[in-house]
Design a protein around this ligand. Structure first.
Ligand code: V47
Ligand code: SF4
Length: 360
């Protein structure tokens, strides 16, 4: 018989929990017990230290050939609000970020119908010309699949080209919910969950690290979340290439999926999901609370629920804010460090690859 005590015993012994045990935790009403268990796992791994980084997001275009049901960001080329930055606009943002002490530029955007593959290479080179010290974390697995088609190259060749132009690692977007039934409801035009995983495997084989996300709090069940995490855990067993797991709380405004019956996950569900991720994903070093989607206060509280990473300064965020995120556009590094300190923990600035840069 599964119980909280039997799961806790296993977890304290350093053993992996099963899908049924994860489901038991999702169904538990004892949020604090689940959180304490996750916090114990995190303490064993990371002590009191909580990571954040100084970064800047650049969403180079919102023009996209897909129409994901949860997305408030994408536009067709002739729709009002559609935009596409040129290389000067990319350079200006990277220059400003570098001057403000950023170590990472995070670039993702829509699947633009007309931009050539060379534009993406030029975008990477443009950031590296600003400073070789800027790590470029760019392009979801969905974009990589699209770029390979544009380039007419294999995945391995595409990744080599991008690496040569300055790509440092990949963000974790586009994973949504990997299971096919839910994925069909969310984003039927997007690559399948199988393909997302296959691309990440190729990315890791190419010597690049990546992140992994999960969009939660919409039409999916707890079983779908567990299935998603199981697929990630299995791939991580094979490659070890994922750096961090990032559950993204669904924002409901300005997109077809969001309406009053689908209000997003709420605080209890968000905290529980982060905690269960920490317990279940025993081969992931880090669990990130992306404050943009969670809200700053929930992200801070999640530090008592197994989370050890608060993402970064972000600066200019469109995907969550177009969908109604109530969080600020940016947080200064001192603000993030202060949030961490007030949670009784030690703020550590990291680089994109989780090397420690400075203890605050
Ligand atoms: O894949 C889109 C999500 C993702 C909504 O790797 C939405 O460090 C909530 O992946 N409500 C892109 N989420 C962002 C992303 C990310 C963000 C921060 C850090 C990292 C990292 C990755 O945003 C998409 C999708 O899952 N998204 N619309 C929405 N309405
Ligand atoms: Fe396009 Fe990405 Fe939005 Fe889907 S989530 S519509 S692929 S920008």
């Amino acid at each position: 018989m599964i119980s909280l005590a039997s799961i806790a015993e296993k977890v304290h012994a350093g053993k992996r929990i099963t899908d049924d045990e994860a489901l038991f935790l999702f169904n538990s009403r004892d949020l604090i017990a689940v959180g304490e268990l996750a916090a114990a796992v995190n303490r064993r791994r990371n002590g009191d230290r909580v990571f954040f980084n100084v970064n800047r997001h650049i969403n180079h275009t919102n023009i996209c050939v897909n129409r994901c049901a949860f997305c408030a960001f994408s536009r067709t080329a002739d729709e009002s609000g559609a935009y596409c930055y040129d290389l000067d606009e990319i350079r200006n943002r990277a220059t400003e970020a570098h001057a403000q002490g950023a170590t990472e530029i995070h670039i993702v955007g829509g699947l633009h119908p007309d931009l050539p593959f060379d534009f993406y290479l030029a975008m990477l080179r443009t950031v590296k010309e600003v400073s070789l010290d800027l790590h470029v974390k760019a392009f979801t697995a969905v974009e990589i699949d699209y770029l390979a088609q544009l380039a007419g190259l294999s995945l391995a060749e595409t990744l080599q080209e991008l690496k040569g132009a300055g790509l440092g690692s990949l963000p974790g977007g586009g994973a949504e919910i990997l299971g096919e039934a839910v994925r069909q409801k969310l984003c039927p035009e997007k690559i399948s969950g199988e393909r997302w995983l296959a691309i990440m495997e190729e990315v890791h084989r190419a010597g690049l690290k990546s992140n992994a996300t999960m969009l939660f709090g919409h039409v999916e069940s707890f079983a779908d979340r567990i299935d998603h995490m199981r697929r990630l855990r299995e791939l991580q067993d094979r490659t070890g290439g994922f750096q961090v797991f990032i559950p993204l709380a669904f924002q409901r405004e300005n997109n077809p999926l969001g309406h009053l019956k689908r209000p997003g996950p709420g605080g209890v569900d968000a905290l529980k999901t982060l905690a269960i991720a920490r317990i279940y994903l025993d081969n992931f070093a880090n669990i990130k609370a992306y404050w943009v989607m969670l809200g700053v206060k929930t992200a801070q509280v999640s530090l008592a629920f197994g989370v050890n990473d608060l993402d970064g300064t972000v600066v200019e965020e469109k995907i969550g804010h177009d969908a109604g995120a109530a969080s600020p556009q940016t947080m200064r590094r001192e603000e993030i460090a202060d949030l961490i300190r007030k949670a009784g923990r030690v703020p550590v600035e990291r680089d994109t690859l989780y090397n420690e840069l400075r203890v605050y």
